[in-house]
Design a protein around this ligand. Sequence first.
Ligand SMILES: C[S@@+](CC[C@H](N)C(=O)[O-])C[C@H]1O[C@@H](n2cnc3c(N)ncnc32)[C@H](O)[C@@H]1O
Length: 239
Amino acid sequence: MEIPGEMSSDPHTVLRVTRTKAQAKESYDRMSPFYDYFAGIFERNYRNRALKRLNIAAGETVLEVGFGTGHCLKQMAEAVGEGGKVYGIDLSSGMLAASKRRLEKAGLWNRVELTCDDAMKMPYTDNKFDAVFSSFALELFDSPEIPKVLAEIRRVLRTSGRVGIISMSKEDGASLLLKLYEWLHRKLPQYVDCRPIYVEHSMKGAGFGIQYKERVSLLGLPGDIVIGTKLSSSVSVTT
Ligand SMILES: C[S@@+](CC[C@H](N)C(=O)[O-])C[C@H]1O[C@@H](n2cnc3c(N)ncnc32)[C@H](O)[C@@H]1O
């Protein structure tokens, strides 16, 4: 079966995701005990920068989508203080267990509520959150899913609420290094699973106003930090 976009020679085409959710869950479950040893070292600085830009305040109710081993959950729990609450949703139960350990160790578990599920359909009421954060997770959703998961983020965010996303970026689509990375992604999608996407464009299309954007370099590969706010006008996304 040919997957649309996968074989395209157009450097601007975003690659499709070929693995199933069950395979993604299994892969992250397997990696979760060791994840901090081999992943995220280079991204940490940018992840923290994006989180700082989101400017989480004491008393707020906030959400992280695809929280991994919980580094950002911990910072978010510190920022909201005793009067606030942090929610998180992640596909992997292994990642949830790792995050729980981190938060318990920090004495912050009582400020956090975690759910193990696909973020395509979130178990939260409309307009619940003051801010939503996601780091290196949006680019794991298949292309037709990206507008839908952003619509779901928009649904659970209050009007004028903030969203902060850091992701690999496709905006420098023609660079040799990016082409090499995408070749590796096609060959080893289980291991090189993130792929570059159009973050700002997708966020605008989902009804977010863009407040801040920064291009960052992830070992020479482009990434984008984008901070947006939920605009009040409704945007319809085909589901
Ligand atoms: C590349 S890791 C990034 C983890 C963390 N945000 C970080 O920056 O270190 C992606 C995370 O997203 C989660 N994830 C993948 N697909 C997901 C989905 N459909 N719904 C929710 N979480 C998902 C994975 O389990 C994993 O924890």
